[in-house]
Ligand binder design. Structure first.
Ligand code: PLP
Length: 412
């Protein structure tokens, strides 16, 4: 899809937060991988729900409750459709962290991982797709193994083939790492997992906002993503699953809204997805997220990806050209527009403050991926990440500012 199909001026006009200043400078928001800004239509959709139809769903006989239920279930169908899934395959959660924890607990409770079994993750996972599997392994007596990444940041697929064995029950991996920005070889990992009968779990947090995503087409069994990274609200995300696996998994949280019959001794649970959604639901957030994916659909995810690839190449080439800047995992691979880098002689937090004083918002630290940082060396890096609203000029401003960092701190 040609990049001209996105009218960037019109897109930017849709995002109120982009028009503020920081320290007298126009905001340059390059932290979309942490949380993306929201277009006015998402804010309006949430507001319209709260002011017009605010009620609890799936209970109550009154008009507002019926309207809220329709909006909530329509939102599910819309968001499921965005990732190629049927509505019953999409479980609402409070975010990707909750979705991945739900997956790990339910898999353990179903007895699908037992003592002596193996659970495999990659070295490049966000803690949200690492610690739940560590905890599952320690609860069950399973062994956690990892697939290494090459120096250029790509997954070592041949090592994966030897790490994944007949003892493997789960293979959990990010579609796109939140530090490296590289699109991982999903087809290879899914084939290796399924070849030994293991469950393939994908963290789609950093792909859902940037690439056309067809979860059934990718063949993963479970996947997770977060609303606030894809132009939507906080407090909402989803666990996608194949119908077969969701039917086999028990609920993790129990209580209201997820049952058919309850006695003092027992409870019968609704089918998926409702059986995983105990309690009062985040309805305005679901409505907002549905509007966010409608917004992305209107832009066209193919066009979004093409434009962000162009931004990614501009950012990477610009940063590569600066003396003393080291990019983590610098492979020429398919990517999203995200670069993590270290500046020789200057702490990442100092770089972040230097950029902030120029209105440039980036993330600094280990980005919830300590093992990956340990593998590459620096304890902390600077991460710049673009969104649908990022301009070429903003990327150039980042490159100019980073080019001045070492001189400013006397490290050049
Ligand atoms: N996975 C990845 C790759 C992420 O980037 C993040 C957020 O930073 C998460 C999981 C966790 O998402 P959330 O904090 O929205 O639950």
């Amino acid at each position: 899809m040609p990049t001209e199909t996105i009218d960037l001026a019109a897109v930017r006009a849709d995002f109120p937060a982009l028009h503020r200043e920081v320290d007298g400078c126009p905001l340059i928001y390059l932290d979309s991988a942490a949380t993306a800004q929201r277009p006015q239509s998402v804010i309006d959709a949430e507001l319209a729900f709260v002011t017009g139809a605010n009620a609890a769903v799936h209970r109550g006989a009154h008009t507002l409750a019926a309207e809220a239920t329709d909006l909530f279930e329509d939102a599910r169908a819309t968001v499921a459709g965005f990732v190629g899934a049927a509505p019953e395959q999409l479980v609402w959660t409070s975010g990707a962290t909750a979705a991945l924890n739900t997956a790990a607990y339910a898999i353990g409770a179903a007895g699908l991982v037992r003592e002596g079994d193996e659970v495999v993750v990659t070295e490049a996972e966000h803690h949200a797709n690492l610690i739940p599997w560590q905890q599952l392994a320690s609860r069950t007596g399973a062994v956690l193994r990892h697939i290494p990444v090459h120096e250029d940041g790509t997954i070592d697929v041949s090592a994966a083939a030897s790490v994944i064995s007949s003892r493997t029950r789960v293979v959990a991996f990010a579609h796109v790492s939140n530090v490296l920005g590289i699109v991982n070889p999903v087809a290879d990992l899914v084939a290796l997992a399924h070849g030994v009968g293991a469950i393939a779990v994908m963290d789609a947090c950093q792909s859902a906002p940037h690439l056309p995503l067809d979860l059934p087409g990718l063949g993963v069994d479970l996947a997770a993503f977060s609303g606030h990274k894809m132009l939507g609200p906080n407090g909402i995300g989803a666990l996608y699953g194949t119908a077969e696996l969701l039917d086999a998994l028990p609920p993790v949280f129990t209580g209201g809204s997820m049952v058919t019959t309850v006695t003092l001794e027992t409870a019968e649970f609704l089918p998926a997805p409702h059986r995983f959604e105990a309690g009062t639901q985040p309805v305005s957030q679901a409505v907002g997220l549905a509007e966010a994916v409608r917004y992305l659909d209107r832009l066209d995810m193919g066009a979004v990806h093409a434009r962000e690839r162009m931004l990614e190449q501009r950012m990477r080439e610009g940063l590569r050209g600066i003396d003393g800047v080291r990019l983590l995992g610098d492979a020429d691979a398919e990517r999203i527009a995200l670069c993590a880098f270290a500046v020789d002689g200057v702490h990442a937090h100092d770089v972040g403050q230097f950029l902030d004083a120029r209105g440039i918002a980036v993330r600094v630290g280990h980005h919830c991926a300590q093992p990956l940082h340990r593998r590459f060396g620096p304890a902390a890096t600077v991460r710049a990440s673009a969104g649908v609203y990022t301009t070429e000029d903003e990327i150039d401003a980042l490159i100019d500012a980073v080019g001045a960092v070492r001189g400013y701190f006397g490290a050049a």
